[in-house]
Design a protein around this ligand. Structure first.
Ligand code: FHN
Length: 461
């Protein structure tokens, strides 16, 4: 029933948009909220996804013993080359993995893991920084490709083997709950350590992976997932990864998904539980914002602040806060979420460069988040060289990345009757000038020489 209703609403909106181009009534509230355009989504899923779709912005945290090596082991750069600062092209795509795959297994187990001792680990500080940056959920790596568990869930190869006396996952969950942050767990099906996965194979590069004894490995995966979903209370999101290996099948994925939904029916699961974009609840483009979004799906781009997911001290190729904010806006303007990564160092500290960027993003969000949270994709088919558009009902938010020389931006006139135009940064909400020009509207953009960050104009009609 809902689908038909949504289609009718959608059609009416198209018609009314068309008719209004002839200067009809103001654009009424078309109920355009995140996901409203996904007419094929049933009510239960729409309700389950609502908090996530409205959130638009989350933090990804890649952390664990993988943070230790940073391209070298025992002083020897495993590829024999000492990268010079800024010598970006020397840094491989996935240095943390390449490091681990170049460390003798005994060294990894008896040295890296045994000596892992994050004395500065303070998840409350992490969660506070995420919250102040405007993020609504945090996804922490509980088990990455190296198969090591960051919680006391697999005797002999978990956090209890390290110098760290506590349960980092329990502390993380507690901090999230204390600050009202939604909780996500990252879990890799790809496992380079479990004998029933890797067997006698040798992983040489990060995509390598096998499941030699599924009849033993899969029950272990399910028991670990059950542990995560029964030990820490309500968990909001599971972020799977490593699904690309041939041995991981859709039968395994469907079986695991049913198992999880039985344990926590409200939980949100990303597509990487399966083998394709449409599996799970939402699609996860990586390190890119799709040019035209992903029209018919919930989606979330995950992005590094530099070039690496885990901490690599040599990787100083940091994106600017401006670029990160523009990516967040770009994703929202196309109906998607943005999951921004931090790779804490081996002691558990966020890199200073990450902290500085989170701070700048937070200051911008404290003024402009109204155009992000709960905002739907731009109603305009075209993109604009001056920036992006998001929409909430009949309100438009123009996120001006580059203020045109003449100080005005142009928008097609889809017939709405403008009641007020102001900059979100202007607490007095002083009206900005706008003029109707041939089949469009020119809107004044205040000059903000003090900032190179996007200026957001709110158009109320
Ligand atoms: O190899 C992983 C990588 O470390 C990181 O976890 C990303 C996050 O999406 N996923 C894999 C690469 O696609």
């Amino acid at each position: 029933m809902r689908e038909i209703g949504a289609v009718i609403v959608y059609m009416i909106s198209l018609v009314s948009l068309a008719t209004r181009s002839q200067g009809a009534e103001p654009v009424s509230d078309l109920g355009y909220a995140p996901g409203d355009n996904l007419v094929h989504v049933d009510d239960p899923k729409r309700a389950r996804m609502k908090w996530w779709a409205d959130a638009r912005f989350g933090m990804f945290i890649h952390w664990g013993p993988d943070a230790v090596p940073s391209l070298q082991w025992k002083g020897v750069y495993w590829n024999g080359h000492v990268p010079q600062l800024g010598e970006r092209h020397q840094i491989p795509l996935y240095p943390a993995h390449e490091s681990i795959l170049n460390i003798p297994r005994t060294d990894w187990e008896d040295d890296v893991i045994v000596n892992f001792n994050p004395t500065a680990y303070d998840p409350e500080a992490w969660v506070k920084m995420a919250k102040e940056a405007g993020m609504k959920y945090v996804v922490l790596t509980t088990k990455h490709h190296n198969g090591f568990l960051m919680w006391p869930g697999l005797a002999g190869y978990d956090i209890r083997e390290t110098q760290f006396g506590g349960d980092p996952v329990a502390m993380f969950v507690e901090a999230c709950r204390k600050h009202g942050m939604k909780i996500g767990f990252y879990y890799s099906q790809l496992d380079w350590h479990d004998p029933d996965a890797i067997g006698n194979h040798v992983a040489r590069t990060f995509p390598d992976g096998w499941i030699v004894n599924p009849e033993k490995f899969i029950p272990r995966v399910k028991s670990q997932i059950k542990d995560l979903l029964t030990r820490y209370g309500k968990i909001d999101l599971l972020w799977f990864d490593g699904q690309w290996i041939d041995d991981w099948t859709m039968d395994m994925a469907n079986d695991l998904e049913a198992f999880i939904r039985n344990l926590q029916p409200h939980i949100i699961i990303n597509n990487r539980i399966g083998k394709s974009e449409v599996d799970g609840d939402y699609f996860t483009p990586e390190q890119t914002i799709p040019a035209t979004g992903v029209p018919d799906a919930y989606w979330e781009t995950c992005m590094t602040m530099n070039d690496t997911w885990f901490y690599v001290k040599q990787d100083n190729n940091w994106k600017t806060a401006k670029v990160l904010i523009q990516q967040l806006v770009d994703a929202a303007s196309k109906g998607g979420n943005y999951l921004l990564n931090v790779g804490p160092d081996p002691l558990g500290r966020f890199p200073a460069a990450s902290i500085a960027r989170l701070d700048t993003i937070g200051k911008w969000m404290s003024i402009n988040s109204e155009g992000i949270y709960g905002a739907a994709a731009s109603p305009f088919p075209q993109s604009f060289d001056w920036g992006r558009v998001t929409k909430k009902g009949s309100i438009l938010y123009l996120h001006v990345f580059t203020r045109p020389i003449d100080g005005n931006v142009w928008l097609p006139d889809i017939g709405y009757t403008i009641k007020h135009v102001h900059a979100l940064s202007d607490r007095k909400k002083r009206g900005l000038a706008y003029t109707r020009v041939d089949n469009g509207i020119r809107i004044e953009v205040p000059d903000h020489p003090d900032t190179h960050l996007p200026i957001v104009i709110k158009i109320t009609s």
